[in-house]
Design a protein around this ligand. Sequence first.
Ligand code: ATR
Length: 270
Amino acid sequence: MDVYAVMGNPIGHSKSPRIHGLFAAQTGENLRYTAIEASLDGFETEVRHFFQEGGNGLNITVPFKERAWQLVDRKQPRAELAGAVNTIWSLNGELVGDNTDGIGLVQDLIGNQGCMLREQRILVVGAGGAVRGILEPLLERKPAEVTVANRTLAKAEQLVELFGHLGPLRASRFEDLDGPYDLIINGTSASLAGELPPLPTSVIGPHTQVYDMMYGNQETPFNRWAREQGAAKVMDGLGMLVEQAAEAFFLWRGLRPDTAPVLAQLRQRL
Ligand code: ATR
């Protein structure tokens, strides 16, 4: 039986085994997908060990995606740009790394949520690893503009240097933002600390759609704030999680699972 796993630390709450288990059942693929907690100083050894033992593919999650980027022998172009790897397989004795997070977000926005990106004014909040992974697929969809706003302006400016050749991208401080935007994507980790990025309320108008890359069993603080400011629609990152998994499944197995029933089952459990 082919063997896959997600590796992270901690890994106890990962939904990936369940998602890939549902994909496998749906497509009739014969595979096993488990969760492995790698030690903080032994991650690289454990990845190599997994493939030496005949493992077929790994997903990599927090906090190892950047280390996985360093570790693999070859990277797909979108992973190279993203600076992070979340999907690994072995080919002719080499480890190949890819990143499916960005396409997962865009697929959820367009395919599941019915959002338009073309010609839209998009605000991306945050400039860390999560945001770096989504800028290329967003800009590919030809938005009117993408503004990256971050607490630390220099990090947003670095992303403009890296991705600015792909489309209309600019950096801003929170207080300099002029809204409203058509779509706001929160890619900060602020809500992990129960905090909100201090955005001016003018970024939200009655037509603004808001996507928080986080999710939880309760509405995220960012989405609650956005709704209170009158946003037209708020969305959380559960669909992105399922879509990035579907893209990884496709890379490994060559089959695209139907994500809708899987997302519905996960939503029910939240
Ligand atoms: P990740 O890989 O999840 O993106 P990261 O690279 O550490 O994690 O980035 C975290 C992002 O959340 C950064 O943009 C960070 O802002 P700074 O670059 O200024 O540190 C942002 N962030 C975290 N806590 C925040 C808060 N309380 N308010 C606003 N932004 C916050």
